[in-house]
Design a protein around this ligand. Structure first.
Ligand code: 5RP
Length: 220
């Protein structure tokens, strides 16, 4: 099976995680796009979606799925999103699509985070994928220097990318994230960091992993 076919497989499988009659949290990315397409087939059985990006909002609305503003929502049962990397404890690196801040906000509303990913995303240690960090523009160089001095990471601005919130993204290479919760906690406190793309506090409850043998369910 191709990577695209695996993404379609888990996108479809995620429908079983949707709680009928409720608002569904929807992430961002090519895997989530497959989920949104599948969600359209049950749009009359959900109360709508809360979205993590302009891109996903547009796709949801184009398929006739109502999108609610996150500020109208107190709690949702489930948030469904992809990942750039996920480890064997459900910690993730996210933000390859630059939507990490809104993704973390919507994930925070949810009882459960359901990660949908093809098997190439499962890793022993996070960090081979460059870690995305959304920053306030005037702090970009300062945050990059701090990554170098604190973790030996090489942070570069992602060229031509501005987030839905109007900020740049740093991609940090050369990290081995052995303690995701500790690094997330520390980096989040650096002045000028909007969001670091480590999802350890908001880790996956379950991962639907697309493999050549079918969908494998990992519970954390
Ligand atoms: C976007 C994300 C995505 O979930 C992540 O990049 C995975 O994307 P894809 O499903 O296209 O591989 O974090 O900010």
């Amino acid at each position: 099976m191709t990577q695209d076919e695996l993404k379609a497989l888990v996108g479809q499988a995620a429908l079983a995680e949707v709680v009928p009659g409720t608002v569904v949290g929807v992430g961002t990315g090519s895997t989530v796009n497959r989920f949104i397409d599948a969600l359209a087939t049950m749009k009359d059985r959900i109360a709508g979606a809360v979205s993590s990006s302009v891109q996903s909002t547009e796709r949801l609305r184009a398929l006739g799925i109502p999108v609610l503003d996150a500020s109208q929502i107190e709690r949702i049962p489930v948030y469904i999103d992809g990942a750039d990397e996920i480890d064997h404890r459900g910690h993730m690196v996210k933000g390859g699509g630059a939507a990490l801040t809104r993704e973390k906000i919507v994930a925070d509303l949810a009882e459960r985070f359901v990660c949908i990913a093809d098997e190439s995303k499962l890793v022993d240690t996070l960090g081979a994928f460059p870690l995305p960090v959304e920053v306030i523009p005037m702090a970009a160089a300062q945050v990059a220097r701090r990554f170098r001095s604190s973790y030996g990471g090489d942070a570069q601005l992602r060229a031509g990318v501005v987030t839905d919130n109007g900020n740049p993204i740093l991609d940090v290479r050369g990290l081995a994230i052995t303690d995701p919760l500790a690094m997330e906690t520390e980096v989040n406190q650096w002045p000028g960091v909007v969001t670091v793309g480590i999802f350890a506090r908001h880790k996956a409850s379950v991962c639907l992993l697309g493999t050549a043998a079918g969908v494998k369910t990992l519970r954390f």
